[in-house]
Write a protein that binds this ligand. Structure first.
Ligand code: NI
Length: 176
């Protein structure tokens, strides 16, 4: 199962809140269905969110979250397919960012089954528990249909749960 979120690292409050929720949901899922979730964050601000910036930012939430970025056109096309709205200007040149801008964007987690089909949205109203519950239900449904789930252990998925800091991962943020 994949949980896909579209956001940007300069987001002042919504993305951090949603990523905290995702992080807590990952830990619940990791305890109940180890290694069955693949969390992905897609940047809708590719000019500023370079791969190193994304990696650093996401590791502060949960080391298992994989960051994806690309050209503006690639992001636009992916968002079109997921029906995600975002307002990032097209003509921002990477590395030449002087102005500060905010990106208005859709706020959903898209739960995708192991064959890449959309199954359900997780929204802002969901808690870590309800978000994990939605994914667990779909894992159960999937199994009931006799289908398999890739549970290849991913580095970092369990690093936070076990209290170990995986090689290359950063320590999780201190509780505020
Ligand atoms: Ni945001």
């Amino acid at each position: 199962m994949r949980q896909i979120y579209f956001g940007f690292t300069h987001c002042p409050d919504i993305c951090p809140d949603e990523l905290d929720k995702l992080s807590a949901a990952i830990d619940i899922l990791q305890q109940k269905q180890p290694h069955s979730i693949r969390p992905i964050f897609v940047s809708v601000d590719p000019a500023r969110d370079t791969p190193p910036i994304l990696a650093t930012y996401l590791s502060e939430f949960h080391p298992a979250i994989q960051g994806l970025t690309g050209s503006w056109s690639q992001i636009k096309e992916m968002c079109r397919q997921y029906r995600v709205y975002f307002s990032t200007p097209k003509d921002v040149q990477p590395g030449l960012i002087k102005e500060d801008y905010l990106v208005d964007h859709s706020i959903y987690f898209y739960v995708m089954d192991p064959e890449g089909d959309f199954v359900e949205c997780i929204g802002r109203q969901d808690t870590p528990e309800s978000a994990a519950g939605i994914v667990l239900e779909h894992i159960k449904d999937w199994r009931r249909e006799g289908k398999s789930i890739d549970k290849t252990p991913l580095p970092y998925l369990s690093s936070k749960v076990s209290g170990e800091v995986a090689k290359g991962a950063r320590v999780a943020r201190a509780p505020s």
